[in-house]
Ligand binder design. Structure first.
Ligand SMILES: [Zn+2]
Length: 214
């Protein structure tokens, strides 16, 4: 079915090219014909909208060669089931207390909503902290970045430190453990660039918003 549709689209493109070719009055047939082929072929293989994205990605290859590059699809998965990109808000710079900023993202969702791993990678630490409540730290596959999930109501069953998580795997459930307001359950999600020693509790925060929003 899909294949038939693709063939049809390619046929249309080639047909349009031919019509253009004849209407334009033979603009150097030797160069125009071969150049039409490579353009039509990759465009037909990509999903709708796929063609526009690599262009913006490749314009910032150095700044972006990081959590984004290591995750399939060029961005991190939104870690709360059922939440769409448009529902996210950038709370990274919000004040928390008088002398520090949030340096993370809060994703509001009802208690018990599944929390999903944003990428593949090792489960570095399961930790119950005063502020974060039930938390989980996951390294990205290159072990350059650390993904932090906090205020979980509970963990998924059978999780063990050191195990490899898969992108999209349920790792826990949204809650309000730690210092979260019980009336406003949410996932507190942060991204840290790991230091040279790759310790789960050390790292420089990075705003997760653009990584999730794309
Ligand atoms: Zn938070």
């Amino acid at each position: 079915m899909l294949k038939t549709a693709l063939v049809f689209v390619i046929g249309l493109l080639l047909g349009a090219n031919l019509v253009y070719f004849f209407m334009a009055g033979r603009p150097q047939p030797a160069t125009s014909t071969p150049s039409a082929e490579p353009v039509a072929a990759p465009a037909a293989k990509q999903p709708p909208g796929g063609a526009a994205r690599p262009a913006t990605k490749s314009s910032t290859p150095n700044r972006d060669a990081s959590p984004t590059a290591s995750a399939r699809g060029g961005a991190l998965l939104i870690p709360v089931q059922g939440i769409r990109a448009e529902q996210l808000s950038d709370t990274y710079g919000d004040a928390r207390g008088s002398d520090r900023s949030h340096n993370a993202m809060d994703i509001m969702a009802p208690t018990g909503t599944p929390v999903l791993a944003v990428s593949d990678g090792r489960l570095a630490k399961i930790f119950d902290s005063k502020a974060g409540g039930l938390t989980l730290y996951q390294f990205d596959p290159s072990e350059t970045y650390n993904y932090y999930y906090a205020h979980l109501d509970r963990y998924a069953e059978g999780l063990t430190e050191g195990q490899m998580l898969r992108r999209g795997q349920v790792i826990g459930y949204v809650g309000s453990t730690g210092n979260a307001n019980p009336a406003a359950p949410h996932l507190h999600f942060a991204v840290y660039r790991l230091g040279p020693e790759k310790r789960w509790h050390e790292g420089a925060p990075i705003n997760p918003y653009p990584l999730l929003r794309g």
